[in-house]
Design a protein around this ligand. Sequence first.
Ligand SMILES: NC(=O)c1ccc[n+]([C@@H]2O[C@H](COP(=O)([O-])OP(=O)(O)OC[C@H]3O[C@@H](n4cnc5c(N)ncnc54)[C@H](OP(=O)(O)O)[C@@H]3O)[C@@H](O)[C@H]2O)c1
Length: 326
Amino acid sequence: MKALLCKQFGPPDTLVVEDIPTPGIGPNEVLVDVHAAAVNFPDSLIIENKYQTKPDLPFSPGGELAGVVVAVGDKIRHLSVGDDVIAFTAYGAFAEQVVASAAQVIPMPKGVDYITASAFVMTYGTSYHALMDRAALQAGETVLVLGASGGVGLAAIEIAKAAGATVIAAASTADKLAVCVEHGADETINYVEADLRDEIKRLTEGRGVDVVYDPVGGELTEAALRSCAWRGRHLVIGFAAGDIPKPPLNLALLKGCSIVGVFWGRFVQTEPKQNAADLKALFGLLAEGKLRPHIAGTYPLARGGEAIAALANRKVSGKLVITPRD
Ligand SMILES: NC(=O)c1ccc[n+]([C@@H]2O[C@H](COP(=O)([O-])OP(=O)(O)OC[C@H]3O[C@@H](n4cnc5c(N)ncnc54)[C@H](OP(=O)(O)O)[C@@H]3O)[C@@H](O)[C@H]2O)c1
């Protein structure tokens, strides 16, 4: 089978496509024909040995996929050959086939195509867990989304709108903000051209925002935290800008606000029942047309490095997906 391989740690243009033997499966594993695999931010880190998971070389990046089960381990009863599934693997999905632990495989909802299915659960799951479980978002509240046209950002806009909130989307270009408006944002802020705090003050008439959704970090974090309303919640999602900010903690005291950590991967393992409830709610919203995943492009395996580079270089709104069988 063909796989996009990282043979030495380095930038996306060092990835190569090669034929490798089909992997064998253990008793609790399945082999999946990969029809689509979403590109996620960690893919850009894992190939440079900058991610917490450090696979042995050579390996394929890619942690989230949709496809068809083609072999099932001896101990598995709930999955069969021919099932359409979504699977999570820390790496390995940018290949024609991948082995997945049965615990990390879920049935693909009916009526959803492979491309959408591959790019849905991680981003929407993270944003739903953040806004609904961790921030307990209420209808009528105001949410500020940073990096709002990115994968988790667009998902956060749609979920917050579905919950009845007002959404301020903040991003770096007019084109990205236009995508945010298409996905439901009520107001926008270009944080390259305007001062984030001044704009939030203006848009909220000095009140501040109830929830900050922050997947960016860097210098935006403190400005956003300073813009929290009384009893606000600042959700710590990620650090796409690279720097882990160290905002003064007196801000939390002065605003009576909470700084709330969000770690979806650990939540899935630690609270499987709540995760199943979240996914049920998300698939319901998807079926009702209240969520509209934005797939910015699909790439064959041979151009997978380009897709990872585009995401890492802030060139993408929504999601890119690799289709290994094209
Ligand atoms: N906590 C969790 O459980 C969890 C789950 C999923 C993802 N994450 C994290 O959330 C972050 C965003 O993930 P994503 O999938 O939404 O990524 P993404 O699609 O690449 O979006 C990230 C956004 O961050 C902004 N950004 C600002 N400075 C950047 C920089 N130097 N490099 C790249 N982007 C920059 C970009 O928007 P502008 O150009 O508009 O500024 C970009 O759209 C990542 O750090 C990821 O690891 C965390």
